[in-house]
Design a protein around this ligand. Structure first.
Ligand code: SAH
Length: 200
């Protein structure tokens, strides 16, 4: 998976590749999938949600430049697989999931792998986590209709946020706070599950 899906497509960050080698993806998917857990695709994880394709996770994290000095907010814990990868790279990970049963499953999978510092919360993640803000990096794993204004408010100066934004066509958009200004860059086309708003 790491050689064929990540390195061959230009993911070169050594620590990021090591994190993918360290986290067993099969613990985060239906056991019936067996070794297909390492296939080049997303898979259903119940409740109409999916575990993301490994390459997309790697591309997003590489674009964000997550280091051991960064505090990361993740919106959409899902299976917890990306949470585990982030936790091996960042100083602290704060992850929010709106669907309680998925969060419980993710927590039990995370407890099986050696992760770094992870705090979880069941809520609408588009509102962020004000008590722990500001965050150096924010990663959103479900498609937003508009620019993530509440999350940008909770992004530190010199911070970066990546989110799928669905307009006429869905794109991964990187937002960077640089010298008091906000830079916005469309990186690639993508297809994520839609963000759910409000109470579950
Ligand atoms: N990176 C995750 C992707 C999970 S899919 C993985 O690889 O497993 C996106 C997740 O976002 C789903 O679990 C969905 O329930 C969650 N989600 C959707 N809307 C949300 C919201 N407003 N707040 C928090 N989580 C949300």
């Amino acid at each position: 998976m790491v050689a064929e899906q990540l390195q061959a497509r230009g993911i070169a960050d050594r620590k990021l590749l090591e994190a993918f080698l360290a986290v067993p993806r099969h613990l985060f998917v239906d056991p019936a999938l067996g070794n297909r857990a390492y296939d080049d695709c997303s898979f259903p994880i119940g409740y109409e949600q999916t575990i993301s394709q490994p390459y997309i996770i790697a591309f997003m994290i590489q674009s964000l430049e997550v280091t051991r000095y960064t505090r990361v907010l993740e919106v959409g814990t899902g299976s917890g697989y990306q949470t585990a990868i982030l936790s091996l790279l960042a100083r602290d990970v704060f992850t929010i999931e709106r669907l309680a049963p998925l969060l419980r499953k993710a927590e039990s999978a995370l407890s099986l792998v050696g992760t770094g510092s992870v705090r979880v919360k069941e809520a609408d993640g588009s509102l962020g986590w004000p008590s722990y803000a500001p965050f150096d990096r924010i990663i959103v794993s479900a498609a937003m209709k508009d620019r993530p204004l509440e999350l940008l408010d909770q992004l530190a100066e010199e911070g970066k946020l990546i989110a799928p934004i669905s307009g006429d066509a869905e794109h991964l958009v990187l937002f960077a706070k640089e010298g008091g200004a906000l830079r916005e860059e469309r990186l690639a086309r993508c297809a994520f599950v839609p963000l759910l708003k409000g109470e579950a």
